[in-house]
Design a protein. Structure first.
Length: 117
């Protein structure tokens, strides 16, 4: 059974950067596309970014319009880890961030990102 553990969240000022990590176990990591999601206070969980399982190119990322140009998703199949580099952070990016395999699996505990001055 797969297990996903997110880390790297924290408190950052507007305009700052964070890199989130998601370590996977219990799966053949390279066989799965992966995605990041987030849940802001009082809102439903929303999709943030997806990366394909294209090993030859390191995966191809797609992004929600709200983060396009600021966030970058990447993966390291040797480390069974997917990353989310977040730049130019805004207060509206404040949320608990989760990763998951596609089409869907067990949710981890998430990692809190707070963007505030």
């Amino acid at each position: 059974q797969e297990q996903l553990v997110e880390s790297g969240g924290g408190l950052v000022q507007p305009g700052g950067s964070l890199r989130l990590s998601c370590a996977a176990s219990g799966i053949i990591f390279s066989r799965f596309a992966l995605a990041w999601y987030r849940r802001a206070p009082g809102k439903q969980r929303e999709w943030v970014a997806t990366i394909t399982k294209d090993i030859t190119k390191g995966g191809i990322g797609t992004y929600a319009d709200s983060v396009k140009g600021r966030f970058t998703i990447s993966r390291d199949n040797a480390r069974n880890t997917v990353y989310l580099q977040m730049n130019s952070l805004k207060p509206e990016d404040t949320a608990v961030y989760y990763c998951n395999i596609l089409p869907g699996g067990n949710w981890g505990q998430g990692t809190q990102v707070t963007v505030s001055s």
